[in-house]
Design a protein around this ligand. Sequence first.
Ligand code: DGL
Length: 273
Amino acid sequence: MKRSPIGVFDSGYGGLTILKEIRTLLPQYDFIYLGDNARTPYGPRSFDTVYEYTLQSVKWLFSQNCPLIILACNTASAKALRTIQQLYLPEFDKEKRVLGVIRPTAEIIGNYSSSKNIGVLGTKGTVKSESYLIEIEKSFPGIKVFQHACPMWVPLVENNEYNSEGADFFIKKDLNLLLTKSSEIDAVLLACTHYPLLLKKIKKFLPENIKVISQGNIVARSLQDYLTRHPEIDSKCSKNATLEFYTTDSPEDFDKHSEIFFGEKVNSKHTDL
Ligand code: DGL
């Protein structure tokens, strides 16, 4: 039978932190990962550019026979997902599905806060889109959300500086800026799939009473639930437990850096979009 894997997309390596959790929960499925490393970061780019790059990536994953794609990138989910779902799919690919990471996270995040004050850390693009404010308000009206953009964090991670003293400086600075917005924040969401790599340092610089939430497990559970509720999509996803990795940049670099995100060695191939 022809392989029809679930596609997982990110601008670079960050989505591997999501794929890792998805695969742990759904090991029987086939997956194909695409990292647009040649054009990362997406965070500072315009709405139109992120849409164009994301759509190209989605079309490429569809060409690999994916019936379902997860945009494992908050920036792409914030700036491109709705247009893809509402305009592109109904016109060109009615049978296929593209899901993001913002809604599943927003639907659950309120449960982590007793003070009803949540901090959201993301890229400039995610913060500016206000997607989390809008989506959290739908599921948890009355919860206060304080956002802060951390434009240096993705480059620190992508350049393998996530454990350096330089990283300490920017992490401390950004966390302090977030906490000056409200002294009542008791839960901080890492709304960028690169940030879990900085988790140790983030915890070190935050007061102990503040919970830090990564999205991997939340997105994985939400996908599991989606597949149960949509047997017509689930039956299109092949299940031979295979994994493939593609990057728009150098496969050597991708293989070298991806282990820290994915937790195991990967063997990637190059593709142009
Ligand atoms: N990992 C992406 C996210 O979750 C951001 C990386 C980027 O700026 O390209 O937003």
